[in-house]
Design a protein around this ligand. Sequence first.
Ligand SMILES: *[C@@H]1O[C@H](CO)[C@@H](O)[C@H](O)[C@H]1NC(C)=O
Ligand SMILES: *[C@@H]1O[C@H](CO)[C@@H](O)[C@H](O)[C@H]1NC(C)=O
Ligand SMILES: *[C@@H]1O[C@H](CO)[C@@H](O)[C@H](O)[C@H]1NC(C)=O
Length: 564
Amino acid sequence: MLFARAGGLTAWRLLLSLLHFAAWEAGSGQLHYSVPEEAKHGTFVGRIAQDLGLELAELVPRLFRVASKERGDLLEVNLQNGILFVNSRVDREELCGRSAECSIHLEVIVDRPLQIFHVEVKVEDINDNPPVFRGRQQRIFIPENRQLGSRFPIEGAVDADTGANALLIYNLSPNDYFSLDVQASDELSKSLSLELKKSLDREATPELHLLLTATDGGKPELEDTVQLMILVLDVNDNAPVFAQALYRVHLLETVANGTLVTTLNASDADKGVNGEIVFSFGNDGSPNIKEKFKIDSSSGEIRLIDNLDYEEAKSYEIQIKAVDKGSPPMSSHCKVLVKVLDVNDNTPEVVITSRSLPIREDAPFSTIIALIAVSDRDSGVNGEVTCSLTPHVPFKLVSTFKNYYSLVLDSALDRESASDYEVVVTARDGGSPSLWTTATVSVEVADVNDNAPVFAQAEYTVFVKENNPLLVLTLLLYTALRCSAAPTESACGPGKPTLVCSSAVGSWSCSQQRGQRLCSGEGPPKTDLMAFSPGLCPSLSTSERNEYTEANSNLSANMCLELN
Ligand SMILES: *[C@@H]1O[C@H](CO)[C@@H](O)[C@H](O)[C@H]1NC(C)=O
Ligand SMILES: *[C@@H]1O[C@H](CO)[C@@H](O)[C@H](O)[C@H]1NC(C)=O
Ligand SMILES: *[C@@H]1O[C@H](CO)[C@@H](O)[C@H](O)[C@H]1NC(C)=O
């Protein structure tokens, strides 16, 4: 702590100087001491009187005194023993600031004879100042997509000491992401930066807290620590992610318009607009999606905007796109499969495809009367149709093929006891509750000449065309003709009966188109029917026929009869 340097002096003085750790500087007559700063009052600095070659006894008589350009009270000399000591605390930084050299210049004066000595007391730095960071925390903002090797400047610490006491060594707390880079422009001036060693990911590590320690080179060393708070800034590097890649929804075909189909759930790990998701329908998938469904672009709700019909479409495949609002945006897809469930909403249909009516009363069993086709637009049991007939009819249904039936004769007919039947066919589906429909087949029984004639009528109406001179007709009607089947050509000649009248005994028919003919059912005319129209039958003109038709079209009689 205390030393003196020798100049070119005599040997004994050199020896003395070495012993006393003091020395005269060559030529300048200057004495050098050193004292550590912050030394306590009374700290020994040097035997100034002896080093200057003065006797202790002459100090007082020669008015030994010390003057200083700096504060004079820092050092003082004990006139009894000639020792220079610390009088009041010396703060190097206060005295000299940060300059590397710091000393106190003393002028020692004695009289008789007047002598002036120059004494330099070097104030030695002690490590009395720790390194100091400005603030307890430094915030560093780094976008997450920065390249490896990127550098981010940070502030170092300052140390008010000098030399080794101010020589700072920095240390960064262990971490995966950053290393400390120290660029030294000179021993005491360093630029610090963090160098990126591992890619940042805000979604994984939004913040990093590191500790930076600065340690000086004093003994003992002093240190300071600052917290480096690294805030990772978001970059749109995450696409939206759907909670499910596929959403399956089952909807009854009868659900109301507006029904919620499903709510999509997607998340985006990015922050702010980078993580805001917009939902929309993709362009692939089933056609007409936009006419059946709508999607809420922000909530992801999908709703029906139409009615469903299983018979129209059994399922829908909806492609969904989620796009974030980042720039550039990132997107992802998912799919919604809507399965439409059948409901028994369709009534069976019955179609009578052909019929051979009327049926002869002597028709054999199993004669086919009508073909019946049933159908139901529903599927599964809802579309399974069973057919039934009104009970107690002489017919039955025979299934010919799935959903095709024949209505066939099942027991003997007798026109005289039942001349027609209203056969009700009921088609019922297997839904629950089941739906059903009916169709009616009117079965007319055609007469066969299996009964003796009976008188049925005693009133006759005779039409006579008076202005036709040719025409003298007498009709004697002994009996009535029951027409129970369509007359055929063989029975009645050309033409068909077009007028049917009913009487108490049954249906009657007669020809308006051919004069002098009375028609009966199939087979030869009844022998008990007599009509007279001598020689005129084949030659009636068209106009004449029409006239007759008009005249006879409004028969008031209970039976049909035509006379020319
Ligand atoms: C969406 O999914 C996330 C997880 O992916 C879950 O925590 C959240 O509850 C879901 N929200 C809804 C409405 O289903
Ligand atoms: C279903 O509802 C929407 C409004 O929510 C309406 O525009 C549409 O016409 C409705 N469709 C049917 C078939 O009722
Ligand atoms: C036809 O008969 C109806 C009554 O059945 C009668 O009112 C009408 O006048 C008649 N027409 C002719 C042309 O005789």
